[in-house]
Structures are given as structure tokens and as C-alpha cells.
Design a protein around this ligand. Structure first.
Ligand SMILES: Cc1ncc(COP(=O)(O)O)c(C=O)c1O
Length: 375
């Protein structure tokens, strides 16, 4: 059987990882400035993560959501404390797209409405409603195109207010920082105004923190830089450090209804072991402090490189926009300098390294990038 060929692959077979480094099958070492698409948070094969999952699978890998799972309660307690949302409740699911599906379902159950406001260049996933609210017609199949979504420009509150005033908007969904869209940051003022407007028109504000959350921006959630509290927050990627798990954080204004949401795998024992070790490691290793200091250093050094048109981002979620397409730069970084990076569109390189990236590794990246740029 062949693999269903939907990915454009680099000719590299990664077989081992440790911290911010990965190795291919020929033993070549790479610096991972991509984190497997913002997924690796505490670092590859972190000893606490390995121990937590290994010891859990030796005891019990899975049982269904029809029995008490104390590990879920423990994760909820830790996540509530670390994120500052201990009054919210937690629903576990398996992927980012599913987290957004459930967030929008909850919103619609809550206010009985069906329309969603999303933003230009938004990416929220590839399943039914998640893809319908994603601003990329190429990945929306006809069966997913059901007219629920209105896309509006980022950072323009008047447009949002005009739509909300029609009275039929169920939810407004926005990324803490747009990732796939090219590291575009909603302004703090815009987020505050959005929160106010949603309250005024009884629409649910959903913050998609799937890429920008779990410490990547230097606060646990990127929207916390604006000091707002959304109604629902979706989290995936970094929260599992590679284990497929996602979380929906739900404000106390929603009351759970038995059977309304559900999942086979969500919050299983192994997923909880993974998340618990991620949260404990973030705490013990003060990873938020590291993200802020290493992120600031990277931004400062990158801003000195004249051929980069724009450097933007927060913490360790950084976009480098060039005048020309970056395909060649990225290939040279990988094959000549052995550095993994991400991409947005044609002209933006995305940096999404593990949150444990050291100053020394950040400096090493700058050196290698400069060599590729002929400096
Ligand atoms: C902001 C955002 N939302 C949702 C998703 C979808 O997550 P998943 O691929 O786990 O379904 C992604 C994935 O890149 C994302 O960046």
C-alpha cells in the first residue's frame, strides 16, 4: 500500500530527538527551530515526559470516559493554576481541529445561533466546521462550505460590531497570534474591544490558542498579554509535546449537559500523563521566563539583519518576512546548516522552537542564518 501523498516532504528521515535537537537516520544532527510545527514545547524526549508516559502505559494505557479518571482531575487542577483559569472547566479532546469543533458546538448550544465570525488568513483546522472557519478556499470541500462564516479583517472593530449588530452571530473565533497566517498579532485594544462587543451582543468569544498557547508567546496564553478573559479557549500542540491531545477551557457561564459532548480517546490515561509532565516541566523549569528572554534576544538580533523586511512575533513564535520567496533560504538552512524552520505563505519563515531553546542555541541559529544569507 502507498501512503496517500498529501504532504510535500523534505528528504530527511528523523529518527531521534533530544531537547532542541533531532538526528536523522545517517546520524546528522539538526537544530530544531520548528518544533515539529509548534508541537514540541518542553523539548524532545524530555526525561520527565518519557518517565511519565512509560510508567503510565505500564500500568494502564486506556480506559473509557465511562469511569472516574483521577488523572484528568489532576491535569485540570494543574492547568487551572498554571494558566490562571482555575474557575473554568476542562473538556479533553484529541486534536486542535476537534477542540475548535467542540468550542463552536458549545457556543451554538449556548445561544442557539449558527453564524461565526472569523478573520482574514485564519487557520482553525481541517475538519468540518474547523475548516469552514479557516480562510483558505483550497482546503474547504464543497461539503464543508455551509455559509456559516463571515471573514473580517484583523484589528478592525467597526466591521465586527456591524456584523454582531445583526444579532445572529453565535461565536467570534480568533487566534491568540495567527500562525499559518504569517505571525499576525491581534492588537491588545482590538482583543479588549472584541470581548466587550461579544458580551454586548451575546456572542461567544473563542480564543484559538492551539499554536500560540501553552507558553509559546511568553505568557501561558497569548491573549493574556491583552488582559482579557475569553468565554472558551482551545489548546493543543504544545500541551502534549507530541502526544495527540487537546483541551477546551470553558468559562463558568456554560453549564455542562450530560451527553452533549463526548469522545472515545479524549483525556485518556496516556494523554493525561503526557499533559501532566508538560505542565510540571513548564513550572519546574520556569519555561515562561526562558521564552521571554530567549525570544527577546532572537528578535533583537534578527532585527539587525537588514535583508529581513519585517521581524514580528512574541516569545518563541517569530515570523521573518522577506521581500522575496524564502524557499531557497529554508532549503539551505536545512540541508547546508542543518536547521529546521517553518513557513507561512511564500515569504515568511516561522520560528517555533521548543520553549527550552537556550541562548547559546539561539545564537547558533543566528550565525547559521547569517551564513545562508551570505553575511
Ligand atoms: C491556530 C490553529 N488552530 C487549529 C489548528 C489545527 O490543529 P490540528 O492540526 O491539531 O487539528 C492548528 C494547526 O496548525 C492551528 O495552528
Amino acid at each position: 500500500m502507498d501512503l496517500y501523498n498529501v504532504y510535500s516532504l523534505f528528504d530527511v528521515n528523523i529518527v531521534k530527538g533530544e531537547g532542541c535537537k533531532v538526528w536523522d537516520d545517517k546520524g546528522v544532527e539538526y537544530l530544531d527551530m520548528y518544533g515539529g510545527h509548534a508541537v514540541i514545547s518542553i523539548g524532545h524526549s524530555h526525561p520527565r515526559y518519557v518517565e511519565s508516559i512509560s510508567s503510565q502505559v505500564a500500568k494502564l494505557g486506556f480506559y473509557s470516559n465511562s469511569v472516574i479518571n483521577r488523572l484528568q482531575e489532576q491535569v485540570a487542577e494543574t492547568l487551572g493554576r498554571i494558566s490562571g483559569y482555575d474557575d473554568y472547566s476542562l473538556f479533553f479532546i484529541n486534536s486542535g481541529a476537534e477542540a475548535n469543533e467542540n468550542a463552536l458546538k458549545l457556543a451554538s448550544f449556548h445561544n442557539g445561533r449558527t453564524r461565526v465570525i472569523a478573520f482574514d488568513k485564519a487557520f482553525h483546522g481541517r475538519t468540518s466546521l474547523a475548516v469552514e472557519i479557516t480562510d483558505n478556499p483550497k482546503i474547504i470541500a464543497p461539503i464543508n462550505s455551509n455559509g456559516h462564516t463571515t471573514y473580517l479583517p484583523l484589528n478592525n472593530i467597526e466591521d465586527v460590531r456591524a456584523e454582531l449588530a445583526k444579532g445572529d452571530v453565535s461565536a467570534v473565533i480568533i487566534e491568540g497570534i495567527q500562525g499559518v497566517g504569517g505571525i499576525r498579532i491581534p492588537s491588545s485594544d482590538f482583543l479588549k474591544q472584541l470581548k466587550e462587543a461579544c458580551e454586548e451582543y451575546s456572542a461567544v468569544l473563542v480564543l484559538d490558542e492551539i499554536q500560540s498557547g501553552c507558553g509559546r508567546s511568553g505568557k501561558f496564553f497569548a491573549h493574556q498579554w491583552a488582559g482579557i478573559r475569553p468565554d472558551i479557549i482551545t489548546v493543543a500542540k504544545g500541551i502534549g509535546n507530541g502526544f495527540p491531545v487537546a483541551c477546551v477551557l470553558i468559562s463558568p457561564k456554560f453549564k455542562p449537559v450530560a451527553g452533549q459532548l463526548g469522545t472515545t480517546f479524549g483525556g485518556n490515561h496516556l494523554a493525561c500523563a503526557a499533559v501532566q509532565s508538560v505542565l510540571d516541566t513548564m513550572d519546574c523549569e520556569n519555561l515562561l521566563d526562558n521564552v521571554n528572554s530567549v525570544g527577546a534576544y532572537l528578535m533583537q538580533e534578527l532585527a539587525k539583519i537588514e535583508c529581513i523586511k519585517d521581524v514580528r512575533g512574541k516569545g518563541l513564535m517569530i515570523g521573518l518576512e522577506f521581500e522575496e520567496p524564502i524557499k531557497d533560504i529554508r532549503r539551505k538552512l536545512l540541508y547546508d546548516e542543518h536547521v529546521f524552520t517553518g513557513v507561512s505563505g511564500t515569504n515568511v519563515i516561522r520560528l517555533l522552537p521548543p520553549l527550552s531553546l537556550s541562548m547559546e542555541q539561539a545564537g547558533e541559529f543566528i550565525e547559521r542564518l547569517k551564513r545562508v544569507l551570505g553575511m
